[in-house]
Design a protein around this ligand. Structure first.
Ligand SMILES: N[C@@H](CCC[C@H](N)C(=O)O)C(=O)O
Length: 313
């Protein structure tokens, strides 16, 4: 099967984005396409697959996101900016309500954060602390700033769903091996955490700056995770490391986004949605392999504009 897609990224979290509006395809097939296009040893390579999907009576369009292991996530906030750019542009509108797997989000075109950097604002949430929904069965209904016995780390974690599940620990300095060990313990889907979780270590870099490093569910370490940045900002405000209703810069290995969390759990992010190239690829569904691929267009100006942003970080 031949698939047309755009290779894009939000803050260095990179995706293959497919316009799937009007396309009837099994979820199982999309999971295989995700594994094929996200395979870093394969023809394309990415952190996951994004689908721009049809809207409904309430939503202008929808988004689905598949991790590189083929699992479907409830949301993806770096990916949402990319899907929003494609959806807003396809419909010729500046803002929209977007349908997600289990929730919705508002998106809008924001002023460019730097010359030539297409920028999208998104409002997601409310962030929830209720563990029964994950489910996470650890003998309490919330986990704010407390160690979790099943993890190979005795740090204090805060559990936030937005609505995908995140475990967040504030640290003085990020120990990547420790982060990976905690992430992999969650990836094993232990009996107390059957739906797994994203795990982030966060450094507080002043009253209005956080640095977030994430081991993503279904992927592993990524350069950036938008929902982790949103969940980390909410956790930082909740534990008085940052202020509600104040703008905070959320740095990561891939760049940065601007964020603002409200006490009701709604989190606003504003960041890039950058096109790298567009093309098509042959996917062998039986073997989950991406084969012959052709690039129709490179977006070198956008790549350079984003490059200038991260050079300054
Ligand atoms: N990178 C994403 C989140 C992708 C989904 C996540 N791995 C999960 O399974 O919850 C983001 O930018 O939010």
């Amino acid at each position: 099967m031949r698939i047309d897609f755009i290779k894009c990224h939000g803050s260095g979290n990179d995706f293959a984005l497919v316009d799937a509006r009007g396309v009837a395809r099994d979820d199982g097939d999309w999971a295989v396409v995700a594994r094929a296009l996200a395979d870093r040893r394969g023809a394309v390579g990415s952190d996951g697959l994004l689908l721009l999907t049809d809207g409904d009576g309430q939503h202008a369009f929808g988004m689905r996101m598949f991790n590189s292991d083929g699992s479907e996530a409830e949301t993806c906030l770096n990916g949402l900016r990319c899907v929003a750019r494609a959806g807003l542009s396809a419909l010729g509108i500046d803002q929209a309500l977007v349908r997600l797997k289990t929730s919705g989000a508002e998106v809008r075109r924001d002023p460019d954060l730097a010359p030539g950097v297409v920028t999208i604002g998104e409002l997601a949430g409310p962030a929830s602390l209720e563990l029964d929904d994950w489910p996470m069965t650890i003998g309490r209904h919330q986990n704010v700033q407390m160690p979790i016995a099943g993890l190979p780390s005795d740090r204090a974690f805060t559990a936030v769903a937005i609505p995908n599940p995140h475990l967040i620990a504030f640290v003085d300095a990020i120990d990547e091996a420790e982060l990976v060990a905690a992430g992999e313990a969650c990836e094993a889907a232990p009996h107390w955490l059957p739906n797994r979780a994203n795990v982030s270590f966060v450094e507080v870099r002043g009253p209005d700056a956080l640095f977030v490093r994430t081991h993503e569910r279904g992927v592993g370490l990524t350069d950036s995770c938008g929902s982790a940045m949103a969940a980390s900002l909410f956790a930082a405000c909740l534990t008085e490391r940052a202020d509600f209703d104040a703008e905070v810069t959320l740095f990561n290995r891939g760049g940065l986004v601007k964020g603002c969390a409200a006490p009701d759990g709604m989190v606003r992010l504003s960041g890039n949605a950058t096109w790298e190239w567009e093309g098509s690829v042959e996917v062998d569904l039986d073997r989950a392999l991406a084969g012959d691929f052709r690039v129709a267009r490179h977006f070198n100006d956008e790549i350079a504009a984003w490059g200038a942003v991260i050079e300054g970080v």
